[in-house]
Ligand binder design. Structure first.
Ligand code: GTP
Ligand code: SPV
Ligand code: MN
Length: 600
């Protein structure tokens, strides 16, 4: 064991006794270690190496068909009281949950190696970084953590003898009998044995039964959002489900923007978009998570705690997201994509027809003409090092972070919600975030895809405490600095549809037209009209992309009064859940909105 950290040693010993692995491996973060994880997975036959000429250093994993996304109904915030977890989180008494889980963990790593992964969220050694130690029995998790976080011996050095770390325990929940192996199958436990548990007071994570994405790569949603949101509340900063982008205008002026959209609603795409507006440039700082703190100058600074992208594969093409496509040409892990005969990747919306027969994500032959199901799972993902993104901003690892000028909220809303709408002030912006909603996507299991649900701040599945208190925390940010130093807040919607279900807005690179307006609202160059719902561009303030008629534009940039009246009802219902934790400021915003709409 390469650490003198007693608490860490003791924890590892405890887990070893409980889980009874065959062997223990302390991860050093080297390429050799990564290669070994991939080799083990290929030998185990649940991973396929890809074509070395076309996709060097790449591999595809096929998960179990039941283990394909986050499982929100098996995700728990086991705070000491149910009230502390709030109405939007699943809660079990922590002692009871630990008892249940200890029974599951008992002997759960038999026949497997237990990996101890020291990792840093944020640049190693920087003041804002948080250290986690993940114990896992999954080589897939080790390899993905190598890409998504900073893993290795250096982290243990920084931790020293008594540094603070977040213990993250993970098991796929599939012990092996003497002589048994996985038989080419991705190991996991059945749904009713899966638990993605958080103990916020102890700042501890216990995950059991799933090997997939956010359920298993515990640095991401579990640590950097659910646990970090609790730490952020206590320490006065923000841990958010947001991309961070750098926008440069033709004169070379730079603004940094963050955006919170729910899962599979366009963060990765916006973070690395190629603007269609001439002379403008977007560079990427992060595509999923932002930690934001006030700097000494009173401005809000954001860092990306991650080191890679765990991006949605379907829909990613040279046309929609060229920079993501360029990021995954080498050294990437794919999960649940389809494979071509010459062992390259394919998925729905990759931008070209399959070049022949495919092997679909379940391992079966697939042909376009006869197919009844998609070849790639709708939540198939790529894992790629952020450093491979051609437009990664040079300052993406700056421990100071980048000063944020604008915050966007959004989601998939086929009607009512306009293309863009600026908040009247900070509190109105918090109101906008608190009522954000979206059609449900395939990023979570067991939810009805396509129906609209409220997803405040895109944090519904990721806030580690009472959502009403989280709203309060956001409101409180206003008092920490001067009004003119706060980011401006906007609501955007790329997903308006016509009655017949066609997109009204082409999205992707064309979203740069909206980013330009946001930028110029920050510099004071852009005009806006005051409406009952906020400040909106005049109809000609945003240049129309090809194929968008003046009428479409008007539909996307006007206030649909009837739609908003319905929206008010639904917001009231939503707010009703939070009881006396709902800040009165938000009720006042709601009443003021209603009044403005009625007068209009
Ligand atoms: P998570 O990683 O789950 O948090 O998702 P994300 O928010 O990063 O979403 P991502 O950018 O991966 O996009 C998800 C899906 O939405 C992909 O299939 C995209 O092609 C599609 N999408 C992204 N941006 C747009 C857009 O502007 N318009 C339309 N119509 N679709 C979009
Ligand atoms: C999301 O669902 O928001 C993701 C993917 O970013 S996962 O890491 O699985 O949470
Ligand atoms: Mn996400």
């Amino acid at each position: 064991m390469s650490t003198k950290h007693q608490k860490l040693q003791q924890w590892v010993n405890e887990i070893t006794d409980m889980c009874q692995p065959d062997a223990i491996h302390w991860c050093d973060g080297t390429q050799a270690e990564y290669d070994e994880m991939i080799r083990i997975s290929i030998n185990g036959k649940y991973a396929t190496p890809l074509n070395e000429q076309k996709r060097p250093g790449c591999v595809n994993f096929n998960s179990d068909v039941t283990d394909v996304a986050r499982v929100e109904n098996r995700t728990y915030i086991a705070a000491k009281t149910k009230d502390a977890a709030g109405p939007t989180n699943n809660w079990i008494d922590p002692d009871e949950l630990k008892k249940t889980m200890k029974n599951l963990y008992k002997g759960c790593m038999k026949g497997r190696t237990m990996y101890v992964i020291p990792f840093s969220m944020g640049p190693i050694g920087s003041k804002i970084a948080k250290i986690g130690i993940e114990i896992t029995d999954s080589p897939y998790v080790v390899a993905n953590m190598h890409i998504m976080t900073r893993v290795g011996t250096k982290v243990l050095e920084i931790l020293g003898d008594d540094g603070e770390f977040v213990p993250c325990l993970h098991s796929v929940g599939k012990p092996l009998a003497e002589g048994e192996n996985d038989g080419g199958k991705w190991p996991c436990a059945p749904l009713d044995k899966k638990y993605i548990s958080h103990f916020p007071e102890e700042r501890t994570i216990w995950s059991y039964g799933s090997g997939y994405g956010g359920n298993a790569l515990l640095g991401k949603k579990c640590l950097a959002l659910r646990i970090a949101s609790v730490i952020a509340r206590d320490e006065g900063w923000l841990a958010e489900h947001m991309l961070i982008l750098k926008l440069t205008n033709p004169q070379g002026v730079v603004k940094y923007i963050t955006a919170a959209f729910p899962s599979a609603c366009g963060k990765t795409n916006l973070a690395m978009l190629v603007p269609t507006v001439p002379g403008w440039k977007v560079e990427t700082i992060g595509d999923d998570i932002a930690w934001m703190k006030f700097g000494e100058d009173g401005r809000l600074y954001a860092i990306n705690p991650e080191a890679g992208f765990f991006g949605v594969a379907p829909g990613t093409s040279d046309e929609s997201n060229k920079m993501a496509m360029a990021s995954i040409t080498k050294n990437s892990i794919f999960t649940n994509v389809a494979l071509t005969e010459d062992k390259d990747i394919w998925w729905e919306g990759i931008g070209y027809e399959p070049p022949g027969k495919l092997i679909d994500w379940t391992g079966n032959e697939w042909e376009m003409e006869t197919a009844t199901k998609p070849a790639a799972h709708p939540n198939a993902r790529f894992t790629a090092p952020a450093s491979q993104c051609p437009v990664i901003a040079p300052e993406w690892e700056d421990p100071k972070g980048v000063p944020i000028s604008a915050i966007l909220f959004g989601g998939r809303r086929p009607s009512t919600i306009p293309l863009v709408n600026q908040s009247r002030n900070w509190i109105h912006g918090v109101f906008m975030g608190s009522v954000a909603g979206s059609e449900i996507t395939a990023a979570a299991l067991d939810l009805k895809v396509g129906t609209v649900r409220r997803d405040p701040f895109a944090m519904l599945p990721f806030c580690g405490y009472h959502m009403g208190d989280y709203f309060k925390h956001w409101i409180g940010m206003e008092k920490k600095t001067d009004t003119d130093k706060l980011p401006k807040i906007f609501f955007v919607n790329w997903f308006r549809k016509t009655e017949s279900g066609k997109w009204l807005w082409p999205g992707y690179g064309e979203n740069s037209r909206v980013l330009k307006w946001v930028f110029e609202r920050c510099t004071g160059e852009a005009e806006a009209v005051e409406t009952p719902i906020g400040f909106m561009p005049t109809v000609d303030a945003i240049d129309r992309p090809e194929g968008v008629t003046a009428e479409d534009m008007k539909a996307m940039l006007s206030v649909d009064k009837d739609g908003w009246i319905k929206e008010l009802h639904s917001i009231k219902e939503h707010y009703g859940k939070f009881g006396d934790h709902l800040p009165k400021e938000l009720l006042e915003e709601l009443a003021a909105l209603e009044e403005r709409l009625n007068k209009a």
